[in-house]
Design a protein around this ligand. Sequence first.
Ligand SMILES: [Zn+2]
Length: 62
Amino acid sequence: MDSHLLEILVCPLCKGPLSHDRENHELICAADRLAFPVRDGIPVMLESEARSLQPAPSPDAA
Ligand SMILES: [Zn+2]
């Protein structure tokens, strides 16, 4: 995906930055723990299309 495109994309919910998961073809909002799909190179920035992520285990957790 065009890296420049990623720079202008923000989460539609929190307006925060997104990270690109190239393996899963998703755009990740860490704040909302949502993964937005990228279909045929087109990011689908819809909450209804987003996948909820499991809370990442904290590396500091025992
Ligand atoms: Zn967000």
